[in-house]
Design a protein. Structure first.
Length: 132
């Protein structure tokens, strides 16, 4: 089954969080999908870690190159009404609802460490790869 990759999982890879590592091994075999905002979320989080002295610049650059090599397919055609509806129904940010909408629309599993997003996904019948 194809995967929608939430930014929380990709960011956890940079910290080598055990919970997220099995997803990394899986996405190497099949290109993951994400809303377009994923690229910005992940890169911003890495830059913030760098600015706070938690991640050396060279490590951040290497990690960004690794992510680029995964071939994440960035979706640019969300269903606006569905995204807003999911955000309202589950009290999610529109950003998180975009991940859930993509997983629903494409019948894909969701990989996320965000507890509220995982709870909403399960309520919507979307398979989750990581338990938050």
């Amino acid at each position: 089954m194809a995967i929608v990759l939430d930014a929380s999982v990709a960011i956890a890879w940079a910290a080598e969080t055990e919970l997220a590592l099995p997803v990394l091994h899986r996405v190497r075999d099949e290109a993951p999908h994400a809303p377009m905002l994923w690229w910005y979320e992940v890169h911003n989080a890495l830059m913030m870690k760098e600015r706070r002295g938690l991640l050396p610049a060279a490590t951040a650059d290497t990690f960004m190159d690794l992510l680029a090599g995964l071939g994440v397919a960035l979706d640019t055609t969300p269903d606006r009404a569905a995204v807003v509806g999911l955000a309202r129904t589950h009290r999610l940010s529109v950003y998180d609802a975009a991940y859930l909408e993509l997983a629903q629309r494409r019948a894909m599993a969701l990989a996320s460490l965000d507890r509220a997003l995982v709870t909403a996904a399960k309520a919507e019948g979307v398979a989750c790869l990581v338990e938050a």
